[in-house]
Each structure stands twice: as C-alpha cells, then as structure tokens.
Write a new protein. Structure first.
Length: 383
C-alpha cells in the first residue's frame, strides 16, 4: 500500500512552490506516495482533519506550536520545512541563511561599496540569521557599522502600508550614500524600492538593493528590476522527502537539522552598478539607464545633467571602464536580451522598443557585444 503523506506547504510563495517541486521530483524517482496537499497560511490553527487522520508522514511549513504539540502526541513521522523558528522539535531542512547573507555581502562588496545596510523583519528567525551573517561579512569592508531597519511582517504589531512606508522613507534618508542594502526577501525589497522612490534616492546609483528568493514576478514588477539571491528550495524539498521516507521506514536519520546553501545570484538592474560617490555622475548614469531605450545621445545626457562632456567622459571611464556612448549601448542591449527571453516579439519591433532606428544596426551592435545574433541568442537560450 502506498504511504499516505500530508504536504502542508503554502503555494502562494515561489519558495513554497519550489519546495513542492523537489518533493514531487523525489516521489517520481523513488516512492509513489498517496499525497494530501493542504494549501495553508503558515500561521493558521491546527487543521481540523489532523485528529482523525490515519496517515504515515507529514512534510510541513506550519510554525504554530500547537500544531507541533499535536503531531508529537500523534506519533506520525514529520519533517519540518519551516525557517521561521529554530526547528528543534522534529527533523528540520531549510535554507542556509548564513550562506545567503555572506553571498549577498560578497556581491555588494565586489561593486565597490563601503556603506552597507540591512532591511528585514522583526521576530523572523530566517531574517535575523541573514542579517547577522551579512553584518559580519561586511564589517571588514566598512568603517561604519551596517545600518539596520526591522519591523513586524505580520501580526498585531505590523504597521499599515502607509505608516510602514513613512518609517522606511525616514530610514532610507538617514543612510550615507552610496549605500548597498540587503533586503531579507523579495517582498521586503518591494517595500524598500518604493521607499527609495519616495525618498528621492535613486536605485541603483545611490542605493543598490539586493533581495532573496528570486521570485520572477516580484523581481520584475519593481523599477528597477531586482537582483536576488536564489535559494535552492527544490533541493530542500527533495531532501525533506528523502528523510521522511527514511522515518516512515523506521530507519535512523543521519542528521536532524540540515541547511542547504543558495544556488547563486540572479543579477538585475538594482545592483548593476559600481559605488559612485559623485552625485553628478550618478545622476548622469541614472539618466542613461532611464532613457537609453528612447535612443538618446551623449549630447542629450549632457544637456539634462549639467555636466561637461570632458568630465562625463573621464568619470564614466573611471567608474565603468567604458565611454558614455558604450554605456548607453550596454543599457539598450540588456533590454534587447530581456525582450528576446521574455517575449516572442520580432527583432524589428524589439529594435524600436530599445531605441534603435534600424533593426540592422541593432543586429550589428548585439553581435559585437554578445558574440551572437539576436536570433541565435533567442534559439540557444530557449532550447
């Protein structure tokens, strides 16, 4: 008879969905479980079905202590996937939050920043672990301590949107610039990006923002798009299923608590910068980023930023290692790449959307920068 397994994992987050993908991959490779999937909020009360459920195992993200107590009484084997607490009651598999914080710090340090900050959630164990690792990893690269902003995510102490934004804006304005900020998650980064906009602090020129989870929708809905650390949630789900299978067979576990390191960083616009202390050059680069796909010229940049051509040329070369014209082309080609990957638009239409008067010229520039034509790039990356 197939083992009956309950999966109590939220599907509203990309992290939860990736966990389920890993569990499904294990099932296809090994045990054909009979699965009961309940899509629940992480803080809801004990499921009503639990008292009468005659199952063989549970994989859960619920953090309610009453739920843990009920499972202990039932004796049903369970593996926790929660990262909101210490996970000390049952075998626990989660992301290596310290490794995430260190990876984020390294990414931002490599961009030349010496001012750092962290934006997280109060009372969330995963956020606090990332915060501490990030602060420790950046300490040797800054003469100032990392600035920290924490507030409650959910519950009675959580502030409403507008009140929260007022506090965030005030914090952002207090930061020395240029500053590199790690947000504990993609959802937290969306709050932060909005606060930067309200505070008149440009991202990434004055504040580079790096988040965690790599939720494609959230990362691309912000302006600029968000760079994000990629947790290996699928591997966590696979390993949790593997351990639950051992438990259900009565075998001893090699480790009661495991942490899976992140995969890497998805680089997008919010950290596509080097630390620039010169406000005029930062403004010029921001103008290029925001207007390159209108087909602007270097003369237009000079007219709109009150900076001389010689200074612009010299300083852009100093910070980026290329000319202002090359920087405009870089922004355009990045947008071409994004549209080639995310749409089925023809090349001539993409050329117009990215500021190229003639699609033939876009092909020439794209091949010079990327080493392949737009058509070749699209076929290779989508195959």
């Amino acid at each position: 008879m197939k083992p009956k397994v309950a999966l109590i994992v939220e599907t509203s987050s990309v992290y939860g969905r990736e966990l389920l993908s890993g569990i499904v991959r294990y099932m296809r490779m090994h045990d054909p479980w009979s699965v009961f999937l309940e899509q629940r909020d992480l803080e809801l009360e004990i499921p009503s079905w639990l008292n009468d459920w005659q199952g063989d195992g549970i994989l859960t993200r619920i953090t309610n202590p009453n739920f843990v107590t009920a499972i202990q009484r039932s004796g049903v084997p369970m593996v926790e996937l929660t990262d909101r607490t210490g996970g000390e009651n049952f075998p626990n598999i989660r992301s290596d939050d310290a490794a995430i914080g260190i990876m984020a710090a390294k990414h931002l340090v490599e961009r030349g920043f010496s001012n750092f900050a962290f934006c997280g959630f109060s009372g969330e164990a995963w956020s606090l672990r990332r915060q501490q690792a990030f602060i420790d990893a950046t300490r040797s690269h800054s003469s100032l301590d990392s600035k920290v902003f924490n507030s409650h995510w959910v519950g009675p102490s959580a502030r409403g949107w507008e009140e929260e934004q007022q506090h965030l804006v005030q914090w952002v304005r207090s930061l020395p610039t240029p500053v590199a900020i790690m947000a504990c998650s993609d959802i937290r980064a969306t709050h932060l990006i909005e606060a930067c906009s309200r505070a008149g602090v440009s991202v990434p020129e004055q504040a580079a923002v790096l988040s965690v989870d790599n939720d494609e929708l959230l990362c691309r809905i912000t302006s600029p798009t968000l760079s994000s650390v990629i947790p290996n949630a699928e591997a966590i789900g696979f390993r949790a299923a593997e351990l639950l299978s051992l438990l259900m067979r009565g075998e001893p576990l090699p480790n009661l608590n495991e942490q899976i390191p992140p995969l890497g960083i998805a680089m997008r616009q919010s950290t596509d910068v080097v630390a620039i202390a010169d406000d005029h050059i930062a403004a010029a680069l921001r103008y290029m980023r925001e207007n390159a796909c209108r087909g602007i010229t270097v003369d237009e940049v000079i007219e709109n930023t009150a900076i001389s051509r010689s200074t612009l040329e010299r300083q852009v070369r100093k910070y980026l290692g290329r000319t202002p014209q090359e920087e405009i082309r870089q922004v355009q080609i990045k947008r071409v790449r994004e549209l080639l990957l995310s749409t089925d638009l023809p090349a001539d239409q993409i050329a117009g959307l990215c500021g190229f008067t003639h699609s033939e010229y876009m092909h020439v520039v794209f091949k010079r920068v990327m080493g392949s034509t737009p058509g070749e790039f699209r076929r290779e990356t989508k195959s």
